[in-house]
Design a protein around this ligand. Structure first.
Ligand code: BGC
Length: 945
């Protein structure tokens, strides 16, 4: 951060009049017979005179008259002592620091709650050098409210977030945080407990002694490994940044669009499970009524970034806290300057709740402010309307609600909002149909701040809440239950807890560290906390890409992170697959197979929702047939793979008994019936023809090695599990055998398929053919592939890519990773050498790079691994594919964790548990993370030698 100015508190920072205050209070307390000592005095730091007295009175009832008299008496004692103040009362280091600031032309101000601040500054001899002096008369709301510091920042004409507060009181530090200002806390660490260390921009020191300007500059800098920041607003990248600044809590998420709107923006909030029907894609998540929108007028001029002038802009997502913030200094077209802060979060502690805080400070002259916000039901998915607006209302001034229902799926949703203002404002409820809202208006004097807090509640008829009261009542309960500050505090606590188990520490590479945390954050906000009928879609809840549908991305890429760090959430998402078994059974039956065949794209029910035709990516007059829903069959085995990984890591036998076995056995039935027996030349073989493997540049292929290997493994695993069930839970085994018709004949067929499924592996060279006749396709030079500026499918066309040896992602390499113990070194080497140069690393699938990084680690090529790793880690932050605007690449984010854990740390599951085999990039000094193994938290901490 570029530090432009400093605001000092007075007492305890610049001078020691704190001691004089103490003595004055002591005298008053003694006269009144009230207990008082230095410990109680600690609580008076940064607190106004009146509040200090209330602390000393400790609840003792007094008339207003007596309170006034006591305050005056104390002030009298203080005034007498004050006369003795001279420049000698400046605390060590204060004068030197001011000299340095003067020399560097950094303006500074005093901001004190004391009404005697001016007199004290004059006596200290510093009044004339201050850029501003603000005191107890300046604002109404004292610390910990943000008003005083923002007032000071306005007076020295500095955007609050570029202005450092130096404060010795906890209340003052809280005020700085609320004001969006960096701070230096002066005093012992325990005084600021619970405030410092939460990744706010707060440094601490015992005093100002020997503090250099360079150190001071550093104090405005936050822990960059926890904060994703945008320093300049660019309209061209706004949709990308909306994705990056998505916030959420596992129930719903909202993209980071600007509260006031901007031409071409794409505001969107999605909640798990709230799907509605749609042409072509069958089913899509529905854009929720907008809660973060507002209309702000400054002297009648609407605030928008495309109007007036942006004098300062900074937006940042504090990943540690799950809080998104924006600081803007804006000049309206008629010259009025305001400092604006927007803060919002989706509460992880109360998943039905969210908060939005807006601060408006008048900088250069008084102005009128009007702010209009509520719940806007007039939202659509692109241009498709999904809501029937049922009813709306206002409960009391400041609280409104909207009740709506999806048009086809009849899911009811209630959204409620409570708006509170810091000033005597005129709040008026507005009842435009479908858009209940509240208007707040006030007059701001120069330097004054209006703070608006909005608490929002969302509840839906599909929520699994035991007491299924009316959705509207429940939404209203949410907004009534907590204040913005309470919700915010709980948010910070919850996220601190989450990170305790889920964080991955990388030392020696801040860019990678931040990118990793960003990816994990995006996964955490997408994972359902309390709902096992939903799962994470390919684009999480952050965009309309893939319409919220769930792919294999979840099981193979995303789930391992949760299995190892939040197994209860992984369980929820595996149960989603259990609940969607009826859809999978239907799909198998529709296709003429036995058992259950999972949908390639799945939504609420598990029926196949992959669109069959979509417009051609470059020629909109043509349609492209999408075959993945028909023939990309490996998903059923991918789900089985995740179930086994979950079971082996958690030891959750109950889950396996009640759900896991059934899913694996019924999908095994599908594999057994899908295999085609081919006999001839004395051979008896099973083939899987006409499929698509993970590499989607090739469709209608035969015997894709990834698919065939997984099918064989799946059937084998099914047989072993059945034995386990028979031994440990015979009744359940009997029931499943009967329900799924797993006869002896069926089992001997499974065995036959296991033994005779084609796997195109050349034992001599170790080469695994990606699929039958892959090497007969046209060769493309590795240089051409490496230098391609667009996707090879765009360059060659869909058919052209099909005819060439170019890969969207290397599926043989993926196979080696998933079953790495099963393949020898020669096989690894051979396939690495063959497939990596054929792969479209830059423009192919975003799912590839994380696994390529993992594979490179297995090949002991950490430098190469690092390159692939960063491609994955920056897939959304840097947007190399140019499609992050559609939503977060969830699979890539999940793969990042696997590349770290399984790749760089070499965490490998064995019969006894895990082993670690580190192979860090040369510049990493440390890689540390935690994971659960059979319910016990384990720590991996690798320090470079
Ligand atoms: C990838 C698939 C992936 C899907 C959703 C496609 O581009 O090739 O593997 O499942 O995107 O992320």
């Amino acid at each position: 951060m570029n530090l432009k100015a400093v605001v000092f508190d007075l007492d305890g920072v610049i001078t020691d009049t704190a001691e004089l205050h103490y003595r004055a209070w002591q005298r008053l307390a003694d006269e009144e017979g009230l207990p008082f000592n230095r410990k109680i005095n600690e609580r008076l730091r940064g607190v106004s005179r009146r509040d200090s007295l209330l602390v000393i009175l400790a609840g003792q009832d007094e008339t207003e008259e007596r309170i006034q008299e006591m305050m005056a008496r104390k002030n009298g004692y203080y005034g007498v002592m004050l006369d003795k103040v001279t420049p000698d009362y400046l605390l060590p280091g204060a004068l030197e620091l001011m000299d340095d600031l003067d020399e560097a032309r950094v303006p500074y101000a005093i901001a004190s709650a004391s009404k005697n601040a001016r007199t004290v500054c004059e006596l200290l001899g510093i009044a004339d050098r201050l850029a501003a002096l603000v005191d107890g008369y300046s604002v109404k709301r004292q610390k910990p409210n943000p008003d005083l510091f923002r007032y000071a920042a306005a007076k020295i004409n500095c955007p609050p977030d570029q202005c450092l507060v130096v404060e010795d009181a906890a209340a003052g530090i809280a005020a700085a945080i609320a004001a969006g200002m960096p701070a230096l806390a002066i005093g012992p660490a325990d005084r600021f407990e619970g405030l410092i260390g939460r990744k706010d921009r707060i440094a601490r020191r015992d005093d100002l002694r020997h503090l250099t300007l360079a150190e001071l500059q550093q104090m405005g800098v936050e822990d960059e490994t926890w904060v994703v920041a945008q320093e300049e607003f660019k309209a061209a990248s706004q949709r990308h940044m909306e994705t990056v600044f998505t916030i959420g809590n596992g129930y719903f998420a909202s993209r980071g669009s600007l509260e006031e709107g901007y031409p071409g923006d794409h505001p969107l909030s999605l909640a798990h499970g709230i799907f509605d029907d749609v042409p072509v894609s069958f089913s899509e998540l529905v854009n929720l009524p907008a809660w973060q929108e507002l209309e702000l007028r400054v002297d009648e001029q609407p605030f928008r970034l495309d109007k007036g002038h942006i004098l300062h802009f900074r937006r940042y997502l504090n990943l540690y806290q799950g809080i998104l913030r924006r600081e803007v200094r804006w000049q309206s077209p008629n010259g009025m300057i305001v400092d604006l802060s927007f803060e919002r979060f989706a509460s992880y502690a109360e998943e039905h709740g969210a908060g939005l805080r807006v601060l408006v400070t008048a900088v250069n002259r008084p102005c009128t402010i009007s702010l209009h916000t509520g719940i806007n039901g007039h939202v659509a998915n692109d241009d498709l309307l999904h809501w029937h607006l049922l009813d709306q209302g206002q409960v009391e001034t400041g609280v409104v609600w909207l009740h709506s229902r999806t048009r086809q799926t009849s899911i009811e949703l209630a959204a409620a909002a409570k708006v509170e203002s810091s000033m005597e404002t005129t709040a008026v409820g507005q009842q435009c149909p479908g858009q209940p809202s509240i208007s707040v208006g006030c007059q701001l004097d120069e330097g004054q701040t209006l703070a608006i807090d909005k608490v929002v509640g969302f509840t839906a008829s599909r929520d699994s809440i035991p007491d299924a009261a009316d959705v509207v009542d429940r939404a209203l309960q949410i907004v009534h239950a907590q204040s913005y500050d309470e919700l915010r505090r709980a948010q910070q606590e919850k996220w601190a807890q989450l990170w305790q188990d889920c964080d991955v520490i990388i030392e020696g590479d801040d860019e990678a560290q931040l990118a990793v945390r960003f990816n994990l954050f995006q996964l955490l906000i997408a994972a359902p906390q309390n709902d096992d009928r939903v799962s994470i879609g390919a684009k999480t809840l952050s965009g309309l890409g893939y319409r919220g549908h769930v792919f294999w991305d979840t099981e193979i890429f995303i789930l391992p992170f949760f299995i190892h760090t939040k197994p209860e959430l992984a369980r929820n998402m595996l149960l989603y697959r259990y609940h969607t078994l009826p859809g999978a059974r239907q799909k198998a039956a529709d296709n003429g197979y036995e058992g259950a065949q999972y949908a390639w794209e799945s939504a609420a029910t598990g029926e196949e929702v992959t669109p069959t035709w979509v417009p051609h990516f470059s020629d909109r007059t043509k349609m492209v047939r999408i075959w993945t829903g028909d023939i990309q069959i490996h998903i059923s085995a991918d789900i089985a793979y995740a179930i086994i990984q979950y079971w082996r890591t958690t030891g959750d036998d109950d889950f396996m008994r009640d759900y896991g076995v059934e899913m694996i056995l019924d999908t095994a039935r599908f594999w057994a019936s899908r295999a085609e027996l081919e006999e001839g030349n004395g051979q008896r073989l099973y083939a899987y023809r006409d499929v698509i493997g993970p590499d989607e540049y090739h469709d209608h292929i035969d015997n894709n090695s990834f698919t065939n290997y997984l099918s064989r493994w799946h059937l084998q695993t099914g047989m072993e599990l059945l034995e386990w069930l028979k031994t440990n839970h015979p009744a359940k085994a009997r029931q499943l055998i009967a329900d799924l018709q797993i006869t002896d004949v069926a089992l001997s067929h499974w065995l036959d398929v296991i033994e005779h499924t084609i796997f195109l592996y050349d034992a001599e060279s170790g080469l695994i053919d990606q699929f039958e006749n892959f090497f007969d396709l046209q060769h493309v030079s590795p240089e051409f592939i490496a230098q391609a500026s667009r996707s090879l499918q765009v360059i060659f066309g869909i058919e052209g890519a099909n005819e060439r040896q170019v890969l969207k992602q290397a599926d043989v390499i993926m196979l080696l990773c998933l079953f790495h113990d099963q393949f020898d070194r020669r096989t690894w080497q051979k396939n690495w050498d063959v497939y990596m140069p054929k792969t479209d690393h830059n423009h192919g699938s975003s799912l590839g790079p994380s696994f390529h990084a993992w594979a490179a680690c297995e090949m002991e090529r950490p430098a190469e691994a690092y390159e692939h790793f960063m491609l994955a880690a920056l897939a959304d932050l840097r947007d190399p594919r140019g499609n992050a605007r559609d939503g977060i690449h969830g699979a890539s984010a999940g793969g990042v964790w696997q590349a770290l854990a399984f790749g760089f740390a070499g965490l490998h599951l064995t019969e006894e548990g895990y082993t670690v085999e580190p192979r860090l990039p040369a510049h990493w000094r440390r890689l540390a993370f935690k994971y659960y193994w059979h319910g016990k938290l384990q720590e991996v901490d690798i320090q470079a030698p």
